[in-house]
Design a protein around this ligand. Structure first.
Ligand SMILES: [Zn+2]
Length: 127
């Protein structure tokens, strides 16, 4: 369909996004947390503004970071506090992380294996 064609084009023209922490690819439309950062001059003319940087974190890393101890460095700490705000404000991000975790567990055998899906049974535990 045309929609998938647009997506394919977008993936080529736009830089594919990767989770800053685990390097997982974040395709357009995937759930993630984006941290934007830019700098501008204050009290200096002409006023200058830097380009904006976008850093992305997958839901699992977001939750993991938020639950973990504070990182070192003022910028890291600021980002950590923002992510903690999001994770603690609503369970939706936790839910997304949980869904992703479930999906990764189920889909893992499909990536990087050309042979038979040896680990197919791994996704379905029966007790
Ligand atoms: Zn990640």
């Amino acid at each position: 369909m045309a929609r998938s064609g647009i997506c394919a084009a977008a993936r080529i023209t736009l830089d594919n996004l990767y989770c800053l922490r685990c390097n997982r690819e974040l395709e357009p439309g995937h759930k993630s947390v984006a941290v934007y950062m830019f700098a501008n001059t204050v009290g200096i003319r002409p006023r200058q503004k830097s380009t904006s940087q976008r850093m992305c974190f997958c839901p699992q890393c977001s939750v993991s970071l938020a639950m973990g101890p504070p990182p070192e460095g003022a910028l890291n700490l600021a980002a950590w506090q923002m992510i903690r705000d999001l994770v603690s404000a609503d369970p939706a991000l936790n839910q997304a992380a949980w869904d992703t975790l479930r999906g990764v567990v189920g889909l893992l055998p499909a990536t990087g294996t050309d042979g038979p899906r040896r680990t197919n049974a791994g996704g379905y535990f029966e007790f």
